[in-house]
Design a protein around this ligand. Structure first.
Ligand code: MSP
Length: 512
């Protein structure tokens, strides 16, 4: 693994409110970025909004505003939501930024100059909801798009095409030779299955008379770029590989190695796998650019057994959950509950169960440890051996690393929680309340308390990428200047520190 990581989320359509699905991907990226930073890696964490295309144009018209007004408002809405959920992105890109537009134009001109673009006629079924064409087979029998279930429209128009078919063999080879390029495996197989059919060429433009809200093609000013082409290039723009205004044949394109490109990890939902695993890599091959190192496609949050959708009125609002339970609890629930890569069902009961896990295991360990240190030692951590849980710490760190390396984030968090459980087990085993009654066992009690404080220091580091605020709070109660790195947490001296009990970290929450 390199000591730099470039992690991206999809850029979200600037049409709707941020919902739990958007929140999940973005929190997942944030937690991975925090784990990386904690391990000493330099990180570029990119998110943003997808602001061109028919969907935006239609929504703006419906609201009676200009598209850019809608985008300005929605971009702020997403930024505010991410702030409230403690998402510390490094860059928020908007596809209407002048710099991005300039890179898109240079990118498509480069494809054109390299002979990969031609003019043609298109006819097919278009879904505005997904901003994609679908085949007859895919929309049968109800003429709806297979992802959103919304009606498709028949479109016939003159378009510019990217010779995607020319890269089919190279793409298949790439997927086969790099078995971890698309994870989980089921998604890799889905793409290999898709690539068994001849790959068509990709329509990369829309005539302006039908769609004016997009990036003008430099070689055909009567057309705008197809929104997915514009959107995918965001990852490249934000890498800083090509300065805006760079000519399409500048040598800089052949030497992007000093920038953040290629991305290390594109996090996406399984709904947008084809665009990321077929359109994007072939476009990059056409431009002669390196491919992203990995795609991780996660599953869907559903409600009960049902898909979340505005029309069903069952969309879960992440900001309401934050108001009710706090950002840490929401982040914990989403990342701990969904097996990375699979679908998961949102239920209030499971939310409560996961919250209680935080309260009864981690919260409880913190209150008893800090409470006993206050009661038996006036809040000063004894200067005594603190290694009573070293083996458990070793196991937790190894399990966490292995799970993260395998992109099993839920298991990584499970390993952290198992360690908190082990520390509670240590309390039961050592019975500090009994040790405190026997003056001959004062040293044993010192060792118990020092070991437990060490455990809390380590736990603050293990949980911090997810429970951002509460672990800051815990670190401050432990007399630390911020949450330590995991390496420091295992070695810094705990003896002599003043600790403070404070209120429960995860208080009981009454549901009405
Ligand atoms: N704008 C495109 C992406 C362009 S990326 C170059 C787009 N936007 S979107 O607003 O529809 O967001 C899609 C993403 O939101 C999904 O890929 C996924 O990350 C997330 N989710 C939306 N609904 C979801 C669930 N119900 N469950 C989990 N995540 C889902 O597509």
């Amino acid at each position: 693994m390199t000591d730099r990581r470039y992690i991206t989320t999809p850029i979200y359509y600037a049409t709707g409110e941020p919902h739990i699905g958007h929140a999940y991907t973005t929190i997942l990226a944030d937690a991975l970025a925090r784990f990386d930073r904690q391990a000493g890696r330099e990180v570029l964490f990119l998110t943003g909004t997808d602001e061109h295309g028919q969907k935006i144009q239609e929504e703006a018209a419906r609201r009676g505003v200009e598209p850019i007004e809608l985008c300005d408002e929605m971009a702020e809405r997403f930024k505010d939501a991410w702030d409230l959920l403690d998402i510390g992105y490094d860059r928020f890109i908007r596809t209407t930024e002048a710099d991005h537009i300039s890179v898109v134009q240079a990118f498509v001109q480069r494809l054109h100059d390299r002979g990969h673009i031609y003019a043609g006629e298109y006819s097919g079924w278009y879904s505005v909801s997904q901003e994609r064409y679908f085949t007859d087979k895919e929309i049968a029998p109800d003429r709806v798009d297979p992802i959103s279930g919304k009606p498709v429209e028949w479109v016939e128009e003159e378009n510019w095409f990217f010779r995607m078919s020319a890269f089919q063999e190279d793409l298949i080879r790439h997927v086969q030779e790099n078995p971890d390029w698309i994870v989980p495996e089921v998604r890799k197989n889905e793409i290999l299955g898709f690539l068994q059919q001849p790959l068509g060429d990709l329509s990369i433009s829309r005539p302006k008379r039908r769609l004016r809200w997009g990036v003008e093609l430099p070689f055909a000013p009567e057309h705008v770029a197809y929104v997915w082409v514009d959107a995918l290039i965001n990852y490249f723009t934000a890498s800083g590989a090509i300065a805006p205004g760079t000519a399409p044949d500048d040598p800089a394109w052949d030497n992007v190695g000093d920038s953040w490109w290629p991305a290390d990890l594109h996090l996406i939902g399984k709904d947008i796998l084809t665009t990321h695993a077929v359109y994007w890599p072939t476009l990059l091959m056409g431009a002669g650019l390196p491919l992203p190192r990995q795609l991780l496609a996660h599953g869907w949050w559903v409600v009960g057994e049902t898909k979340m959708s505005k029309s069903l009125g069952n969309v879960v609002d992440p900001l309401q959950l934050r108001t009710d339970y706090g950002s840490d609890a929401l982040r914990w629930y989403l990342l701990r509950e969904m097996p990375t890569g699979q679908d998961a069902s949102f239920t209030p009961e499971r939310f409560d169960t996961r919250y209680e896990e935080l309260a009864n295991v981690l919260g409880n360990l913190a209150s008893r440890t800090l409470g006993m240190t206050a009661k038996y030692r006036d809040g000063v951590v004894p200067d005594a051996p603190a290694g009573g849980l070293d083996e458990a710490i070793e196991t937790a760190c190894a399990d966490l690393d292995a799970a993260l390396a395998a992109h099993r984030v839920h298991e990584a968090l499970g390993a952290a929680m198992d360690f908190a459980r082990a520390a509670n087990g240590y309390v039961e085993e050592r019975e500090p309340w009994a040790q405190s009654k026997d003056p001959a066992r004062a040293e044993d009690l010192d060792e118990t308390l020092a070991t437990l404080v060490r455990a809390l220091v380590v736990l603050s580091a293990l949980f911090a990428p997810v429970c951002v605020q509460k672990m800051e709070e815990l670190a401050s109660r432990l007399g630390l200047d911020g949450v330590p790195t995991l390496t420091d947490a295992r070695t810094l001296s705990v003896g002599g520190r003043n600790v403070e009990k404070g209120a429960p970290l995860f208080p009981r929450i009454e549901r009405d």
